[in-house]
Design a binder for this molecule. Structure first.
Ligand SMILES: [Fe+2]
Ligand SMILES: [Fe+2]
Length: 258
């Protein structure tokens, strides 16, 4: 077992992975940025002035984020039963908690922006690409296809969220920025788990690479169309939008899906 003060990198690879995917590790990781930040941001941060049109755009973008977090919450929770062993089940339990928290802070952010019925607003503003992505992801989860589901969720969706949130955080108001930066820290952990679990499986089974390449070919256009919509709402110039597409593709390609 590992304990406080132990150099994690001195652990044998299997123990290291089990530790970084455990609740023990999770507790230490989240304490730093959850403490003193009810609903994901310090209370003293001031809401900036914005026009009604700017508020509308921000609300739509946050509604899309809520859809992404809801599918990740349902996907991570649904995958616990399908996970191949106990350490992966435990990790997915931590991820389920993270995704629930992300959804909660983003819904709260909508309320702070004066949205009276976040639930209805998220449904009303849903984008067709995101809904199609959700259907595909939850179909993989429902079919018990561990590898395709984990790829869609912890590689494709997480890479997309990571890229969009990071970019949005740069130009966001201080409250939204703090919320997004907290969420990003968790998404990085989820992405790391997906890459690791699938990377080891691909190394053992080269046919898996080809199968996931086909899944990716189906999902990439949905993700990229969804980026296009979100970033144009945020007023991001076209050049930066294609940069975001590249960030996303680079993240997915780390698994060798060029
Ligand atoms: Fe999330
Ligand atoms: Fe996540």
């Amino acid at each position: 077992m590992s304990g406080p003060g132990q150099d994690l990198h001195a652990l044998p690879p299997r123990e290291f992975l089990e530790h970084v995917h455990s609740f023990e590790f999770w507790l230490g990781a989240v304490q730093g940025y959850l403490a003193g930040r009810p609903y994901g941001h310090r209370e003293e941060l001031a809401e900036p002035a914005r026009s009604e049109a700017e508020r509308e755009q921000l609300v739509t973008v946050l509604c899309h984020y809520c859809l992404g977090e809801t599918m990740a919450l349902e996907g991570a929770g649904g995958l616990i039963r399908r996970a191949p062993n106990r350490p992966t089940k435990v990790f997915l339990a931590t991820q389920t908690v993270d995704e629930g928290r992300h959804l909660e802070v983003l819904v709260h952010r909508l309320a702070e922006l004066g949205v009276a019925d976040p639930e209805g607003e998220i449904e009303r503003r849903a984008s067709a690409e995101l809904m199609r992505f959700r259907d595909r992801l939850l179909a993989f989860v429902g079919a018990g296809d561990w590898e395709a589901a984990l790829f869609a969720q912890n590689v494709v969706l997480e890479s997309a969220e990571f890229a969009v949130f990071q970019r949005h955080a740069r130009s966001a108001d201080p409250i939204t920025r703090e919320v997004l930066l907290g969420v990003i820290k968790d998404e990085r952990r989820h992405l790391g788990f997906g890459e690791n679990e699938l990377g080891r499986r691909i190394a053992r089974n080269p046919a898996l690479h080809e199968r996931l390449r086909r899944v990716r070919a189906e999902l990439d256009p949905l993700v990229l169309d969804s980026f296009e919509r979100t970033l144009s709402l945020l007023g991001t110039p076209a050049a930066e939008r294609s940069e975001l597409g590249r960030d996303y593709l680079a993240a997915v390609e780390r698994l060798g899906f060029a």
